[in-house]
Design a protein around this ligand. Sequence first.
Ligand code: N01
Length: 480
Amino acid sequence: MSELQQPRVLIIGAGMSGLLMGIRLLQSGNTNFRIFEKGPKVGGTWRDNTYPNLACDVFAVAYTFSFEPNPDWNYRFARGDEIQKYFERCERKYGLSSFIRFSSAVADARWEDGRWKLRTADGEEDEGDVLVSAAGALHHPRYPEIPGLGDFAGPCFHTARWDHTVDLRGKRVGVIGTGSTASQVVPGIVDKVERVHLFQRTPQWVMPTPDQKVSQAERARRHRNPWLLRLQHRLGLFFMQVFSRAVLGNRLLLRYIEAQCRANLAAIRDPELRRKLTPDYPPACKRLVISEDFAAAIQRENAELVTDSIARIEPGGVRTADGRLVELDVLVLATGFEPYKLDFKVTGTGGRNLASRMEGSPLTYRTVGVPGFPNFFMLFGPYSPIANMSIIENSEIQVEYVMQCVDLLRRGVLRSMSPREDVSIALKEAMRLAVRDTVWAGGCNSWYLDADGQPIVYPFRFSQFRRELASPVLSEFDTA
Ligand code: N01
């Protein structure tokens, strides 16, 4: 590659992170890239999830790219459709459309002769110097393994595949699962349906953070004063960083969160319902549910919390272990996702298969790389900072890091860089030790855990994450 030639970058996915990667490449003057998106439009999570009452429980002012603040959010916690529109606007504004291959699912990519060779399911081929997976962490719906699931006579769908052709008015609806999704769905449908039965396997801690509509006057103020919006963005991120100290083990903050959650429970009038909704693990061990309206919704006359375990699904409804048939017209699966699952094959050096690095207990390098996979980067892969914070800020840090690596290639400093296996193993060991002090290791079951039951979440402060990814440390790579 000559000094002035731009490395070709192949990006998988046009969700938030893939768009960001494309925007930053364009801003750096690199037009030598392509984004492969298996869906018909951008947006990822916000395109796929359209269930009633969908919103982001991160402050809207902080849920934007730092360089593209949005003065027009309608609520303190943005609704799903306005977030989707925001990303579509970014696609247009930054001129990304012609770089995206829509409805083009990547089938496989392999490292061969110092380049990435990619093939889509349609048989299209491309070649690049760098491969970036921006395929999303929570992208593949998890369908529960409940006997008889396929026998249900009425409509049955996962929340991430909401069937809008089904009219819920006057229907008896069952919702399986009690995570962040179900806690939004139930208040979102309770007014419409005849009855909603929420099937709970494990109670969740719910923190009631008040939402509110943003007034016309406030939106106008944000338009007039870009500095105000920037300040609010910074404050939103700061709030989340304080919050993230709680999950890392700050007792004072955890006590505050627990007090808020317990006050929410104390407002449940029926003591039996309150008891059933009370978790027996520390708050935020599973992802904390942020909801102002769940408690009120589950106390409605036409709502029922079912805590008997599900024995099987029958054509007419859900049969619980005590023999009761909960008769239903519609069944909604709010059963979460298969985290970090990839539906394309990536082959690194020596025939290494990325899936075998990711399955069980993933081995990654500083959240973005994988040993044995040169010039390959993951955005929001395993061990990325999660919990209740803006993943956009996380992606911006990861993308800036990848941009620096692309620049090393552009300047001819190296042709390839692959994280060293020994370094990756040592870093993983350090994370495993540190994660013991976090709330995620508090004895609950959650999607944060790997096959060994270990949280695969970044266990250090966000400031450390920022430092770690400030610039690539070449001694930690095998380079060529
Ligand atoms: O999924 P989850 P989610 N029988 O995995 C239950 C983000 N998010 O879609 O706890 C019965 O949290 C399972 O039970 P248990 C956020 O990062 C953000 O709700 O395993 N139940 C659990 O109750 C979040 O963490 C926002 O015992 C079964 C539920 O299904 C992530 O997405 C909104 C079962 C799954 O909960 C995922 O949230 C929504 C079975 N066989 C989502 N299998 C906001 O920003 C599973 N369950 C607001």
